[in-house]
Design a protein around this ligand. Structure first.
Ligand SMILES: NC(=O)c1ccc[n+]([C@@H]2O[C@H](COP(=O)([O-])OP(=O)(O)OC[C@H]3O[C@@H](n4cnc5c(N)ncnc54)[C@H](OP(=O)(O)O)[C@@H]3O)[C@@H](O)[C@H]2O)c1
Length: 337
């Protein structure tokens, strides 16, 4: 089923991701998509490739003129409100917003159940992650998952390996546009936690609570050059890792800096890459790596969801019960810093 021969897309946000998405859509004319209206805060800001008459500050105009809504504005309030209004009107919605999903999952759940919400790019941008975990990897019982999910932390830690102090490495990340002006979500681990809880609910426990991971989240702001140096002397490095694993008969969720020996597959994820290590009972170890951020990589993930939605394919499906917690699994022991 194809929703429309020329599908009108209502775009919420024209920042790093939104602007790149407009370019990809224009470049891929054969797909038959048209951006009909774009929600921004400031219509006077110049945005190449987006004609000024498409810009609006009124969410109603977006909802009225589009077949499909794409949310790449971020935040958890207005973005959630507009997505819910569209979903309640039966529209499909594509989003890259892990924060809104993490914090308002229960509100979105009925629409995820109906297959109306698509969110591949919310974790690891355009690198196949949610599709793989809710598709082919469902053939195995999950045993554990560990992942490097935040590019800003990866960049800062890579710079610190070269001898930079934390505050200067953070400033460098901000100057390059990797980190937000307020980098708390990235460096204190909450961006990783937002992504991890989305994966937890799709793979390990449909009722995993945000509070259970929030309380177990520690970022990288206390890492010193001495800690980095000590790791290097032990032939390893420090990375911010989000993990889901069995502990005392339940699934445990944690985000914290980890010492990874250089031989570990995740240790070799370059500064601008993400990496995810999944272990399933039948499939064994699976390692996924690729770009986890950036306008183009994220827009690519968003576009794949738009294509699925235009073909009438459903978004990622939920699990109905928590995965069995293995009693005697040979769990990977990661050394916390
Ligand atoms: N950047 C990445 O690498 C990346 C990767 C994965 C996922 N994501 C997710 O993708 C989303 C967008 O990220 P981004 O980097 O593109 O953000 P961004 O550069 O800050 O762009 C946000 C856009 O949304 C608009 N906007 C924000 N709040 C608004 C409001 N209240 N009303 C109207 N318009 C509003 C802004 O308008 P103005 O331009 O007028 O200010 C801007 O165009 C976020 O959810 C982010 O977590 C981003």
């Amino acid at each position: 089923m194809v929703l429309s021969s020329r599908m009108n897309i209502g775009l919420l946000g024209a920042g790093n991701v939104g602007k790149k998405l407009v370019e990809l859509i224009e470049d891929r004319d054969e797909l038959g998509f048209k951006v009909s209206k774009v929600l921004v805060r400031d219509v006077s800001k110049a945005r190449s490739k987006i004609p000024p008459d498409l810009l609006t500050t009124n969410p109603k105009e977006i909802l009225e003129t589009s077949d499909l809504i794409v949310e790449v504005m971020g935040g958890t309030t207005l973005a959630t409100e507009v997505m819910l209004e569209a979903l309640n009107n039966g529209k499909r919605v594509v989003t890259a917003n892990k924060a809104a999903l993490a914090e308002h999952w229960e509100t979105f759940k009925p629409f995820i159940k109906k297959g109306l919400l698509y969110f591949e790019a919310s974790v690891m941008a355009g690198t196949p992650t949610i599709g793989a975990l809710t598709g082919v990897l469902r053939g195995s019982r999950p045993l554990e998952l560990h992942a490097i999910l935040n590019g800003t932390c990866n960049y800062i830690l890579s710079e610190m390996e070269k001898g930079e102090i934390y505050s200067k490495a953070l400033k460098g990340a901000q100057d390059l546009g990797y980190a937000e002006a307020d980098p708390t979500l990235d460096v204190e681990g909450f961006d990783t936690a937002h992504k991890l809880i989305v994966l937890a609910r799709l793979v390990f426990d449909p009722n995993a609570k945000w509070e259970s991971i929030e309380a177990n989240t520690k970022g990288i702001s206390s890492i010193t050059p001495e800690v980095m140096e000590a790791a290097a002397q032990r032939n390893g490095r420090i990375r911010l890792v989000g993990s889901i694993y069995p502990c005392d008969g339940q699934w445990t969720y944690k985000v914290r800096p980890i010492f990874l020996p250089n031989t570990h597959p995740m240790a070799n994820a370059a500064s601008n890459r993400n990496a995810l290590y999944f272990c399933g009972d039948a499939v064994g170890n699976v390692f996924i790596t690729g770009a986890g951020a950036g306008g183009a990589a994220t827009a690519s993930g968003v576009l794949s969801d738009i294509i699925s939605a235009s073909q009438g394919l459903p978004g990622p499906s939920l699990i109905t019960k928590a995965a069995v917690v293995p009693r005697n699994a040979d769990v990977e022991i990661l050394e916390e810093v």
